[in-house]
Design a protein around this ligand. Structure first.
Ligand SMILES: Cc1cc2nc3c(=O)[nH]c(=O)nc-3n(C[C@H](O)[C@H](O)[C@H](O)COP(=O)(O)OP(=O)(O)OC[C@H]3O[C@@H](n4cnc5c(N)ncnc54)[C@H](O)[C@@H]3O)c2cc1C
Length: 298
């Protein structure tokens, strides 16, 4: 593991070049363009040390029609462990969802996002411009080996945990780690086989899924959700007794990554669980003050 945190080694003015070696769809083909998520692997010749939990920037080619200038980089969480998927410190991986948006001014729908569509359409051998790495706050704690960790993800927010878990198991992690993963459809559970495999091999890893469009929320009075859907906060509340035990450990850490707005559903549940640990006032505020709550949403 790296001792120092590498930051901004490559910038817009001197980006690093990466060659696509893999672009693999992670979701069922039958879901079409709206649920198209890709695992992308780039190989590079430069030295790009990074830590899972950091992001890299991708510079899409072409000009921004609004101002005629080059596109700004878009950030993507690194989805590989410290040595990369090929373990040779010469690749970096991403998990990218094809983004479409609606223009409220014109009512036009299904407008393709610039960078995500560029990335999802890349072919092996294509070359991309990369900046970064960036980010210092969403990293594993320095001494993580025996600490209890709770990872909560929605959608592509799973990316950093894939690398973190691999680094943790490689380092002989001996604490307890939970991964609570929210997706819309079961056949869109990103990297499911990898996590299932780790769960079989590591008894200290608990892997919990919340499939919002296919599972009903059985406790809507206690945890209200839109259309009684199964969201990650329902799963957290269902397991509040074990969670209370984990979070009573003073050096345990909660991570949340994914859709902007996921905090609104999860924070009240953490507060409820915290109240049961005897915390006076907001448990979320306490976790934040103790730097035991890390959030990366976009
Ligand atoms: C720290 C961080 C990590 C991230 N990690 C990931 C990740 O792991 N995986 C992932 O898939 N994404 C990730 N993202 C999101 C990613 O950076 C991009 O925002 C996303 O891919 C959309 O970019 P795009 O170029 O495709 O869309 P864009 O073309 O940039 O469009 C994005 C939005 O901008 C607005 N917009 C764009 N053009 C116009 C216009 N002409 N007029 C009005 N509004 C407009 C719309 O609201 C649209 O929804 C991350 C973001 C951050 C900040």
């Amino acid at each position: 593991m790296l001792q120092t945190i590498p930051i901004n080694l490559f910038r817009i003015s001197n980006p690093m070049l990466g060659d696509v070696v893999e672009n693999r769809r992670l979701t069922a083909e039958t879901r079409g363009n709206l649920n198209d998520v890709r695992h992308l692997v780039f190989r590079y010749k430069d030295n790009l040390p990074y830590l899972p939990g950091q992001s890299i920037g991708i510079l899409p080619p072409g000009l921004n029609a609004k101002n005629g200038k080059a596109h700004q980089p878009r950030l993507y969480s690194i989805a590989s462990a410290t040595g990369g998927d090929h373990r040779d410190h010469q690749t970096v991986s991403l998990c990218v969802v094809r983004h479409f948006w609606e223009n409220p001014a014109t009512g036009e729908k299904g407008i393709p996002g610039v960078a995500s569509n560029y990335l999802c359409d890349l072919k092996p051998g294509d070359r991309v411009k990369i900046t970064g790495p960036t980010g210092k706050h969403f990293l594993l704690p320095e001494e993580f080996k025996n600490k209890s960790l709770v990872f909560v993800a929605t959608g592509t927010g799973i990316a950093p945990y894939r690398g973190m878990l691999r680094d943790m198991f490689d380092a002989g992690y001996a604490g307890k780690v939970w991964l609570v993963f929210g997706v819309q459809h079961g056949d869109c559970t990103l990297y499911d086989d990898e996590f299932e495999n780790w769960a079989r091999r590591h008894s200290n890893f608990t892997y919990i899924k919340a499939v919002s469009r296919e599972e009903k929320n059985p406790i809507p009075q206690e945890v209200p959700t839109r259309n009684d859907r199964m969201y990650v906060q329902v799963r957290l509340f269902e397991r509040r007794r074990q969670l209370k035990e984990l979070l009573s450990e003073p050096d345990s850490v909660v991570y949340m990554c994914g859709l902007k707005g996921m905090e609104a559903g999860i924070f009240p549940i953490l507060d409820k669980i915290g109240a049961e640990t005897g915390t006076q006032g907001s448990f979320v505020a306490k976790l934040k003050a103790e730097q035991r709550l890390r959030v990366e949403v976009y």
